[in-house]
Design a protein around this ligand. Structure first.
Ligand code: HEM
Length: 405
C-alpha cells in the first residue's frame, strides 16, 4: 500500500440520489472543488474512492492500472451488488481488461460504426413516426415513457440483435430490475437468471439457423473462424439488450422534460433543426445518466497530485461532477444547446467508451427533431414538482412523463 493522504471527512457517506433532477448531489460538487480524489463510504457500508475532476476521470478510465473487472471482490458495491462468482454469465465486454477486452470489442465494433448507424436512420425514423401516429390517435394526456421513450430504443435494439420484440415486456421488466440498486442482490440475480435462460434459448436457435441480424452474423463469423463461443454470445446479447434500451429511453424522457422546461432552447431548435445534434450532446452532458454504471479497481497505487489511490481500492468516477468541471466546460451549470459539449463524459472515456454511442445519438436526434416538429403544442400534463425520477437506479431516468398537447 502506498502513502495515502486522507482528511478527516474523507470517509463521509457518498450521496447517490440527486436532489435536483439534472444536477449532481451538492456533495459531489463540493468534492470536485475541495477534495477531487477522495475516499468515501458507500451506502452499503463498504469504502471506495471517487474521482470528480474531468481530467482525473479521464485518467482513471484510460490508465491500464485500473481494471474494469466488476467481479473483483474490491469493485465498488453500491448496495451489495452481485459479488465474485455469483453471476450466471461469462464475463461481459464491460468487465474485461486487455487483451481479452480488445478481442471481444473488435469482434462487434463493425456493427456499430457511424456509417452503419446512419444507414439505420430511415428505419428509426419510421419507428418514431409510427409511435407518434399511435400517440396522436390515442388518449391525451399520455405517459411519454410508455408511448415513445421506452418502445423506440427497445424496438431498435431488438431488430438489430434479432430478438423478438413481442417479448419486450419480459426483458424490459428484468433489465430494469438489474439496474435497480434498492432491491436485494438475490432479486437482481433472479432477473439476471431469467434473462440468461431466455437468451440461451434464443442463441441456440440462431446457432442452428443463423438469421440475418447481429447475433446471427456473429454465429456465422465465429463458425467460419472455428467454433461458436456460446457463452461469449450470451454475454454479448445480455449486455447489448440491457445497455441498448434503458439508457436511451431514459435520455428521451429526460431530454423531452428538459427541453419543455427551456422554451427558449426549444424555440431555437424548431427554428433550426440542425442544432439538434448539439442539443443532444448538451443533454447528455447535463444528465450524465450512467455515471454509476462505471466502476474500476486500482491494480497498483496510482497518484493524483498529493493523493494516492491505493492498490486494491474500488473506484467510482463521478462523471456528472466531471461534466461540471469549470476547467473542462465554461459556465458548466448553464444549459446551453449552442455550446460544444461533445467531449463530455456521459459515454465514459477510454477503451470502454460506449460502443453504442452512435446509435444512441441517431435515436435521440431523430426522436427530438420529430417529436417537437410533429407536436408543437407538447407540454407537461402535471406540475414539474410531481414528476418522479429514478433515484433508485444505477442509470438515472424518469418513471413517468405525463404529457399533453
Ligand atoms: C459502455 C453510457 C447507450 C452499449 C458504456 C459506458 C457508458 C455508457 C458510461 C462506459 C462504461 C464503463 O466505462 O465501464 C451510455 C449512455 C447511453 C448508452 C448514456 C445512451 C444515451 C448504449 C447503446 C448501446 C450501448 C444504445 C448498444 C446498442 C454499450 C456497450 C458498452 C457500453 C456494449 C461496453 C463497451 C466496452 O466495455 O467496451 N455506455 N450508453 N450503450 N455501452 Fe453504452
Amino acid at each position: 500500500m502506498g502513502t495515502t493522504m486522507t482528511t478527516a471527512d474523507s470517509t463521509e457517506t457518498l450521496q447517490i440520489a440527486r436532489t435536483c433532477p439534472y444536477a449532481p448531489p451538492e456533495q459531489h460538487l463540493r468534492l470536485l472543488r475541495e477534495q477531487p480524489v477522495a475516499e468515501v463510504t458507500l451506502p452499503g457500508g463498504s469504502n471506495a474512492w471517487v474521482a470528480t475532476r474531468y481530467q482525473d476521470i479521464r485518467k482513471v478510465l484510460s490508465d491500464p492500472r485500473f481494471s474494469a473487472d466488476r467481479r473483483n471482490p474490491n469493485a465498488p458495491k453500491l448496495n451489495g451488488e452481485m459479488g465474485a462468482g455469483e453471476s450466471p454469465l461469462p464475463k461481459m465486454m464491460l468487465e474485461m481488461d486487455p487483451p481479452e477486452h480488445g478481442h471481444a470489442r473488435r469482434a462487434v465494433i463493425g456493427e456499430f460504426t457511424v456509417r452503419r448507424m446512419a444507414a439505420l436512420k430511415p428505419r428509426i425514423q419510421q419507428i418514431v413516426d409510427e409511435h407518434l401516429d399511435a400517440m396522436l390517435a390515442g388518449p391525451n394526456p399520455v405517459d411519454l415513457v410508455q408511448a415513445l421513450a421506452l418502445p423506440v430504443p427497445s424496438l431498435v435494439i431488438c431488430e438489430l440483435l434479432g430478438v423478438p420484440y413481442e417479448e419486450h415486456d419480459f426483458f424490459q421488466t428484468h433489465s430494469a430490475q438489474l439496474l435497480n440498486h434498492t432491491i436485494t442482490a438475490e432479486e437482481r440475480q433472479h432477473s439476471a437468471l431469467e434473462l440468461v435462460i431466455y437468451l440461451d434459448k434464443l442463441i441456440k436457435a440462431k446457432e442452428e439457423n443463423p438469421t440475418d441480424d447481429l447475433l446471427g452474423r456473429q454465429v456465422r463469423k465465429q463458425r467460419e473462424n472455428g467454433e461458436v463461443d456460446h457463452g461469449g454470445l450470451l454475454s454479448l446479447a445480455f449486455l447489448l439488450l440491457i445497455a441498448g434500451h434503458e439508457t436511451t429511453a431514459n435520455m428521451i424522457s429526460l431530454g423531452t422534460y428538459m427541453l419543455l422546461q427551456h422554451p427558449e432552447s426549444l424555440e431555437a431548435l424548431r427554428a433550426d433543426p440542425d442544432k439538434t445534434a448539439g442539443a443532444v450532446e448538451e443533454l447528455l452532458r447535463h444528465f450524465t445518466i450512467a455515471e454509476f454504471a462505471i466502476m474500476r479497481v486500482a491494480l497498483e497505487d496510482v497518484e493524483f497530485g498529493d493523493t494516492v489511490i491505493p492498490a486494491g481500492s474500488g473506484v467510482l468516477t463521478l462523471a456528472n461532477a466531471g461534466n461540471r468541471d469549470p476547467e473542462a466546460f465554461e459556465d458548466p451549470e448553464a444549459f446551453d444547446i449552442e455550446r460544444d459539449a461533445r467531449s463530455h463524459l456521459a459515454f465514459g472515456f477510454g477503451p470502454h467508451q460506449c460502443l453504442g454511442q452512435s446509435l444512441a445519438r441517431v435515436e435521440l436526434e431523430i426522436v427530438f427533431s420529430t417529436l417537437f416538429r410533429r407536436i408543437p403544442s407538447l407540454r407537461l400534463a402535471v406540475p414539474a414538482e410531481e414528476l418522479a425520477f429514478k433515484d433508485e437506479a444505477s442509470v438515472y431516468g424518469m418513471h413517468e412523463l405525463p404529457v399533453t398537447w
